[in-house]
Ligand binder design. Structure first.
Ligand SMILES: [Zn+2]
Length: 364
């Protein structure tokens, strides 16, 4: 019998071969295997206790219909939202007016500093006066964005560091006014590292190239973080909240050492829950030891993403997915915090640190 290798056979062979080739070279973003693990699951869409989100941004709160926002908050059991994007002056007043008129118990607004013109004569005095005025208009805290340290320049074009002396009077004033300063300095350290196969944020930098930094863009990561710590230490009677676990969520031993050295500093875990969810045992020890210093923060307002936070904090679930691959290509494990610590993290610490939150919204 004569063997014939037809065109069809060759085509079939080529197809199988190229599929195998493609299979070996599957795109990292595409690879999403379904876990075969069968373990108890507790998908939480609502926090166990009413909570305060200390790190939220509502940029247009002055014009916003707050009813929809409150409906979404109620679904999550979020009793109070702290809007860190209050701005200052008239813009801030419009926001606090809207809140007072419609939902005075559900929102707290933080002011921001306008850094333009820093270095000009009288800039510091004006900024301090503005802060006092903003607090009179209903601001209950000050939020400093990461542009300070990264991109804010003075009137001579020089980078303004977080510990710049021209800002000292602002930090002191916040202390006198008994309002906390929530401050975000620098960004995750891997943004400063080479963008290669060893970088855990490779996907984030590749999909968001603007986030890449370097030793001269504008300074080494360590330099920026040390500037922040020097400022914290210099203003020991002002209460600070270091956003995003002070960018040490990956090194809780180091963060603990810092909190020990700076009793005026607290932390919130906005955008870094994936770091805690991959080290549930170390995280639990950290929460036990620093239970009076940690607050609930989320940062971006995406209501469906809060489920991951609740699940990491409240359950002992294992190997469950995070909601953004560029933050975490790994899976989460629940820390399983006991109720007494959960209550502190969800609301008790914020009630102590941030003024004028209505205590009657929370269990005793
Ligand atoms: Zn933020």
């Amino acid at each position: 019998m004569k063997k014939v290798i037809s065109i069809a056979h060759i085509c079939l062979f080529v197809t199988i071969y190229s599929c195998a080739q493609q299979g070996n070279k599957m795109d990292f973003e595409k690879y999403e295997p379904i876990s075969n693990l069968v373990v108890p699951e507790h998908k939480l869409t609502r926090a166990k206790f009413p909570f305060i989100d200390v790190h939220n941004h509502q940029w247009d709160m002055g014009n916003q219909d707050l009813k929809n926002l409150v409906t979404d908050m109620d679904k999550l059991n979020m009793a109070v939202m702290i809007n860190l994007s209050g701005g200052n002056g008239n813009g801030l007043k419009k926001m606090t007016d809207n809140v007072k008129k419609n939902y005075p118990r559900r929102f707290i607004v933080f002011a921001n500093i306008n850094f333009s013109g820093i270095g000009e004569t009288g800039w510091t005095e004006k900024a301090v006066q503005q802060l006092e005025e903003d607090v009179r208009q209903g601001a209950n805290g000050l939020k400093i964005f990461k542009d300070l340290g990264l991109s804010v320049k003075d009137n001579k074009g020089k980078r303004v560091t977080v510990d710049d002396e021209r800002l000292d009077a602002i930090w002191e004033k916040a202390g006198q006014l008994k309002i906390p300063v929530l401050i975000h300095t620098a960004d995750p350290k891997p943004f400063w590292d080479p963008v290669d196969e060893k970088n855990e944020r490779w996907l984030e930098i590749t999909t968001h190239p603007g986030r890449k930094r370097g030793p001269n863009d504008p300074a080494p990561w360590e330099t920026l973080i040390e500037e922040q710590h020097r400022m914290f230490k210099k203003h020991s009677s002002t209460t600070f909240i270091a956003a995003h676990f002070g960018w040490y969520p990956n090194d809780l031993t180091k963060l603990g050492t810092l909190l020990d050295a700076m009793p005026n500093v607290n932390v919130e875990f906005g955008a870094v829950i994936a770091e805690l969810g991959r080290q549930p045992r170390a995280a639990k020890k950290f929460f036990e030891k620093y239970q009076d210093r940690i607050m609930f923060g989320k940062d971006s307002w995406a209501p469906e993403e809060y489920a991951t936070y609740f699940r990491v904090l409240e359950t002992e679930d294992e190997y469950f997915p995070y909601h953004k691959k560029y933050h975490a290509f790994w899976r989460m494990y629940g820390i399983g915090l006991p109720d007494d610590i959960l209550k502190k993290v969800y609301y008790k610490n914020a009630l102590r640190i941030i003024p004028h939150i209505d205590k009657t919204l929370f269990p005793g």
